[in-house]
Design a protein. Structure first.
Lengths: 403, 403
């Protein structure tokens, strides 16, 4: 078997943890498997490098930032190779140039395009454990790029796809994907299996275990993922295309508190006012999430939408600056709101989920500010203070508490 | 003009110094010159990385050590590019892969073989200052190598040769090459010019300003070097093929305290005993420096030689272990000895230098333990305690005190 294993920064934060990672890999290596390990930068190293950069130049170029940040993973893989060596197992570290990992040109947020497998395969043939830098690539100019948040997960999945690996294991500090955040919902249970689509919705909605780009990529190439703990030998959660038929209606409950709601009242009845509003935001690279549109009297519209909390002030400024072009009466910002979602592939064939969700929130006296649904997800925007109550209520009503 | 400028680790040890380096480069850039900057790792970063490696594995593989150490220069060049950017001057950082810097395969002590100039030339054509990682290269396996001690000087000289640069400036914490170490000889003077050969002897003998490999390379490709201070605007010392005719007999006095003398007494008269002695040392990678051979009664030989102090114990062990094969009566080690040399291209046409040197040491009551000479150098081995006295005496007798 060829297994790709990915360990994040926490798992390689110091000498002891690096040795722990190596021992985990050696267990499978000794069983006759070929092992490719993908590592992130150690602990807080990326943050330290960013700080160092900002101290030199508050607004560093992205190209040079990537040049700086890529030293982080290179440090991890070199040290891990030394640890494998000390444990008597042949290993070799490779960076993005050595592999090579071809990406798009965009610095700091590049996409993987193609991975050469020749060097890795050559090293695996020599019975070496191959340690690859996560998060980084090279573009057509021959420069380092980085893959943005969750980049090392993406590296691991892409490598598994390129090498046609039998498994791709993502090691984290939790032992799998849960029906809800165990810190919020006491009865949250670990899921044995989950579909790519469910995982995508949970990732996007802040479950935080896997980055959505890595899940998208896994889905695209049919790479079966396992999310498991780097600290225990628990089985973890398998992420794949289809899960067993007699599954739960709902797989999990997720929340996202980094939200803000912006209301544009009295949008003019000139054609394209809504277009000009969202176009102005798109030009400023601000993503809009939930959208609620209502037509009032005299054809005037009100539009409300949510944005990531960090971008709320930027979004307000953009809309104010474009007031003349867009044409509206009033603008208001509501912070202290949060999204709560129930996600489950089972709801595709069961239309009652949304109603059940609203009912349970009503019974808990929670006011719903906005609603958004997809085939496998129902999301509501509520007061941030009521998130924990809402999650527990939803977790219970959909039977996720039961073993 | 195309100028290659090399700054060592001390010159880029922190934010302020990095900015200082950038400003020095910008002065010449603003005059219309093309600038290539070679940087070492910041301050003690290489030492810190070595420590980190040894903590993981007391005997790390050289390949992985190079993989680790090369992050040092990459950090420097990325930060310097950010500083140039903040100062409003376009710049780009390049590592050994990006350049590319082709070396021999030997990890941790590779030799540069060939430098591709395409990328650098392309960036210079865009009016960018090009910042290159010193000390590192890539070998035929596509792996990082490092060039050993003084490697960044070598990178700078090789780049100057490959790019046919008009000047190669090596910035250090002293303002040039002196007739002697100013900390030892009060009247030491800075030299305006010195030949490659003189510099080679001074470098090898511990003047410590330039590494001998970079001087060898400069001589081979006729790259005119300037050694100057990164802190002042002083002219520095020019290192070139020939210097003005009416020059001093002697250019400088140098000392090297990291010495040990090993005496092998009563070497057997079997043929090849001396060969077997030095072969055993060569097998153990121990370089022998001065050699004194004396033939005693009955054809028995005594051989004394010096080695770098750090290798004295290793050398003793090698010779003891090979006692049977070599065949000798007694072995002794003398530490606390040092070499003092006078160097000068002028002595080629003036045979009296050695005699004058011995005379001045005799007058100073300094006992000479061993002597070694070359065309442009006279070296004596003396008691370490008398080094300062010897240097001052030689400095005076050869007229180096005079302005």
């Amino acid at each position: 078997m060829l297994i790709v294993k990915k360990f994040g920064g926490t798992s390689v934060a110091n000498k002891e943890r690096i040795y722990n990672v190596c021992r985990r890999c050696i267990e499978d290596y000794k069983k006759g498997n070929s092992i490719v390990v993908v590592l992130s930068a150690m602990g807080k190293m990326t943050d330290v490098l960013i700080e160092q950069a900002k101290d030199i130049n508050p607004n560093p170029s992205r190209r040079e930032m990537d040049m700086l940040l890529t030293t982080g993973e290179q440090t991890s893989v070199a040290l891990a190779a030394m640890a494998f060596d000390a444990l008597g197992v042949p290993a070799v570290s490779l960076n993005a140039f050595q592999v090579a990992m071809h990406t798009t040109s965009t610095y700091s947020n590049a996409r993987l395009k193609r991975i050469d497998t020749e060097r890795i395969t050559h090293e695996l043939d020599q019975k070496k454990i191959v340690i690859v830098t996560g998060f980084q690539g090279i573009n057509k100019y021959g420069d380092y790029t980085t893959l943005g948040r969750g980049g090392s997960d993406t590296t691991a999945v892409a490598l598994a796809a390129a090498l046609k690996a039998d498994a791709c294991e993502i090691y984290t500090d939790v032992d799998g994907v849960y029906t809800a955040d165990p810190r919020v919902v006491k009865n949250a249970r670990k899921l044995d299996e989950i579909t790519y689509d469910e995982m995508l919705d949970l990732a996007t909605l802040g479950a935080g275990v896997l980055h959505n780009r890595s899940v998208e990529l896994a889905k695209k190439y049919g790479v079966q993922l396992v999310v498991r703990s780097s600290l225990t030998n628990e089985e973890g959660t398998v992420v794949k295309e289809e899960v067993k038929v007699e599954r739960m209606l709902i797989s999990g409950v997720a929340s996202d508190k980094n939200c803000a709601k912006i209301s544009v009242i009295g949008l003019s009845d000139k054609p394209g006012a809504a277009f000009r509003l969202f176009d102005a935001l798109a030009q400023a690279n601000i993503n809009v999430d939930m959208i609620l549109q209502s037509v009032g009297r005299d054809g005037e519209q009100d539009i409300a939408f949510t944005v990531v909390g960090d971008y709320a002030d930027d979004a307000m400024k953009v809309i104010e600056d474009s007031k003349k072009r867009i044409g509206y009466e009033k603008l208001s910002l509501e912070t202290g709101v949060a999204k709560v979602s129930v996600v489950g592939a089972g709801m595709m064939s069961n239309p009652g989920v949304a109603a059940k969700m609203f009912e349970c929130l009503y019974n808990s006296n929670i006011n719903i500010k906005m609603i958004s649904t997809s085939e496998i997800r129902v999301t509501v925007l509520i007061d941030e203070k009521e998130v924990d109550k809402a999650m527990n209520a939803a977790h219970e009503i959909f039977g996720l508490d039961e073993a």
